[in-house]
Design a protein around this ligand. Structure first.
Ligand code: NAD
Length: 244
């Protein structure tokens, strides 16, 4: 299926669980994909742009780097993210700077640089990976929830502001997804990730937490022309599980 034939996409956090599935899906559907992460050596892609999203010069320059390397930029997926846990009383200055830097400032910088490039070639699509927890907060992840709420709000605002340029900006809001982010979180707290995920599966009305591909398919939909009238939306992909 070549629904993205000739389209150039940038995916951040491409070495992670959801990022890898997004890259695979977009490429399988014909897109030319540039990947970014701190280490991109092992990723099959059309361009590899390693770097730290906390470096403003790198992040500001990323859309232009894709444009220069692959000739255009049609799709941006701001997927990279970090999770810091705990209430604010256990949140360090370093947690705050990291969370705001990766989850909010980097997508802001990338969108700010990508939008004029996309507008110059008639439009495009941006998909931000927020979280259900950014729409309704869960316990003991105060700063993470706040950053995802900020990204959801930024998405709604940018969606309205740039639709007239032919750029559709939307967010995907997953609940729990079976990725290194989730598994390492369990391991750090002393739980066996497989057992913890088996328990978590029982809490989801559809019977299991999401696999990265469940999220990647919705990203691909939002990036595609099938979503041509979807603007500024925050789409929950949660298997029916409410935030509790
Ligand atoms: N896994 C879940 O349960 C879940 C639920 C809701 C939302 N999300 C969101 O989905 C997105 C992807 O998460 P995932 O579960 O695949 O996580 P992951 O940890 O597997 O992948 C995240 C990727 O982001 C990259 N990254 C982090 N900081 C970076 C930096 N400073 N510079 C460059 N790259 C950096 C990491 O190297 C990693 O490859 C995140 O935004 C996350 O918040 C995940």
């Amino acid at each position: 299926m070549n629904k993205f034939s000739g389209k150039v996409a940038l995916v951040t956090g491409a070495a992670g669980g959801i990022g890898a599935a997004i890259v695979q899906r977009l490429r399988a559907q014909g897109a030319i994909v540039a990947v970014s992460d701190r280490d991109v050596a092992g990723i099959k892609a059309d361009a590899r742009l390693p770097g730290d999203l906390l470096d403003p010069a790198f992040t500001d320059g990323l859309p232009a780097a894709v444009h220069n390397t692959l000739g255009r930029l049609d799709i941006v997926v701001n997927n990279a993210g970090v999770i810091t846990r705990g209430p604010v009383t256990e949140t360090t200055d370093a947690d705050w700077a990291l969370s705001l830097g990766v989850n909010v400032e980097a997508p802001f910088r990338i969108c700010r640089a990508a939008i004029p490039l996309m507008a110059g070639s008639g439009g495009g699509a941006i998909v931000n990976i927020a979280s259900c927890w950014g729409l309704r907060p869960g316990p003991n992840h105060a700063v993470y929830c706040m950053t995802k709420a900020a990204l959801a709000s930024l998405t709604q605002c940018m969606g309205m502001d740039h639709a007239h340029q032919g750029i559709r900006i939307n967010a995907v809001c997953p609940n729990e997804v079976n990725t290194p982010m989730l598994r390492t979180g369990f391991a750090k707290r002393g739980f066996d990730p497989d057992t913890a995920i088996a328990d978590l599966n029982k809490t989801v009305p559809i019977g299991r937490i999401a696999e990265p591909e469940d999220i990647a398919d919705v990203v691909a939909f939002l990036a595609s022309d099938a979503a041509r009238y979807v603007v500024g939306a925050c789409i929950e992909v949660n298997g029916g599980k409410p935030v509790s």
